[in-house]
Design a protein around this ligand. Structure first.
Ligand code: URP
Ligand code: ZN
Length: 462
């Protein structure tokens, strides 16, 4: 059945304007001042804001870490995504040590296919680089995975050395792939952790104290230099510090085209959470990189508003406090890193960005949807309210006020680090390819109808 959304404030690639949207055959068929000339459902959207569905750049669904599976798999995680206005998720498929790319990708299809409620694609995270992977990369890109991730942190498990990263980026340049990197100096973190544990410093707050801001800035500086030498398109995942941001601005000033992702937690939560409450309160926010200071957050908000930071992901990597995070009750090294955030990414950015006049509505849409679609090869199918685009549409009430409560969320995790926050702006309805999948805040699409997205090589943002 065709649908007409009438009278909303529509955020189009040309700016926000009052318009009607006509949806037919999964696509936006017309946009402007329209009248229902054929049988269709008509919804009055006066007073509401219409956005392109969110494109989430950074999740870990159904990931196994230290013999524990994340609380959210593709089923619960993607329902949470839809409830929060995200209609496309890019998850980090991973090829672990000695696995081929094809093996990692087929493992991730097994986790996601038929279980995912929103549309989805994969980046491919790699923990090594060798001749076999070199040979496989072109085919992987041709088959629709055009972005790869490496870690400069997690020594002894996920980390690669600079030489391997350089070689991988040289190959990425040849085949037109993008390389994203987790930038923290893993060698120094391992040293600081050994020193801390040697002194009996095993409480959760030492996770943060072993990962100072300078280790992010150093790794960013190094990564940008390696990327410049290799000539590959590259981006920094989950930027958390002002020092790192400054290093990125220096790289751009010397001609680098590095792109930047940050995450909602680095825009909103403070490192003082590591010194408040009991083990459980602190373990909630054990993530890498750790939370930072007010001056870091100010730099990140400024970077978002100015257009220097390109997208906001969630790094949704949820572990239960009870039964998973508490494995590290007596040793912070055993706390699985990460936290939930897939469902609140748009609501948080709208409330603390647009409603607080830090971001224009257009800029908000850029950083939660459009830029990611462009950079990761999904635009204009995704990331735009435009004729011919998929009818992935978020209907938001800009004046509604509500309070975050974990028990109201679709995320499976037993906590949210945003508990109790008062938000302005509530997602009312969500359409996925023209089908209403969220109504009045509730997910109504059952069974799952998310589709896998093979991506093209994407485009530069500046
Ligand atoms: O602590 C985090 N972020 N865990 C997920 C893996 C990563 O580093 O992105
Ligand atoms: Zn991550």
């Amino acid at each position: 059945m065709a649908v007409l959304l009438k009278g909303g404030l529509v955020v189009t690639p040309g700016g926000a304007k009052k318009a009607d949207i006509f949806i037919q055959d999964e696509k936006i068929a017309a946009l402007g001042k329209l009248s229902p000339d054929k049988a269709c459902d008509v919804f009055d959207c006066r007073g509401l804001v219409l956005l392109p569905g969110g494109v989430e750049t950074h999740t870990h669904l159904d990931l196994e870490v230290m013999d524990m599976h994340t609380a959210d798999d593709f089923s619960s995680g993607s329902r949470a995504a839809l409830a929060g206005g995200t209609t496309t998720v890019l998850d980090f498929a991973t090829s672990f040590k000695d696995e081929t790319m094809a093996k990692g990708i087929s493992n991730w299809h097994r986790k996601a296919d038929g279980k995912t409620y929103c549309d989805f694609g994969f980046h491919l995270a790699l923990v090594d680089w060798n001749d076999a992977l070199e040979d496989e990369m072109a085919q992987t890109v041709d088959e629709g995975i055009s972005s790869f991730k490496f870690y400069l942190a997690y020594k002894g498990s996920l980390m690669v050395d600079d030489g391997r990263l350089y070689r991988a980026m040289r190959r990425a340049a040849e085949v037109g792939a993008v390389v994203g990197v987790h930038c923290e100096n893993g060698d120094l973190i391992a040293t600081f952790v050994d020193d801390a544990v040697g002194k009996g410093e095993i409480a959760p707050e030492f996770h943060e104290l072993c990962r100072p801001a300078v280790l992010e800035a150093e790794a960013i500086e190094r990564f940008c230099r390696i990327g410049e030498m290799a000539g590959a398109r590259h981006y920094v995942v989950h930027l958390s510090t002002k020092e790192g941001f400054d290093a990125l601005m220096r790289a751009r000033a010397r001609g680098s085209d590095v792109a930047i992702e940050t995450c909602a937690q680095y825009l909103l939560l403070d490192r003082k959470l590591y010194s408040e409450g009991d083990f459980y309160d602190k373990a909630k926010v054990v993530m890498s990189p750790p939370l930072r200071t007010a001056s870091d957050r100010e730099a990140l908000w400024r970077g978002l508003a100015s257009g220097d930071i390109d997208f906001v992901g969630s790094d949704h990597c949820s572990f239960y406090l009870h039964g998973q995070k508490d494995h590290g009750l007596h040793d912070f090294r055993l706390i699985p890193n990460g936290g939930p955030g897939i469902e609140l990414r748009l609501p948080l950015l709208y409330s603390f960005g647009v409603a607080k006049d830090r971001l224009s509505l257009e800029r908000f849409v850029d950083v939660v949807s459009t830029n990611a679609a462009r950079y990761f090869g999904l635009y204009p199918k995704k990331g735009a309210l435009a004729v011919g685009s998929d009818a992935d549409i978020v209907v938001l009430d800009p004046t509604a006020k509500w309070k975050v409560r974990q028990e109201d969320l679709y995320e499976a995790c037993d906590y949210t680090p945003y508990e109790g926050l008062e938000l302005t702006g509530r997602i009312v309805d969500v359409y996925l390819r023209g089908k209403k999948v969220v109504e009045d805040g509730k997910v109504i699409d059952d069974p799952p109808s998310g589709r896998y997205l093979a991506r093209s090589r994407g485009e530069d943002l500046r």
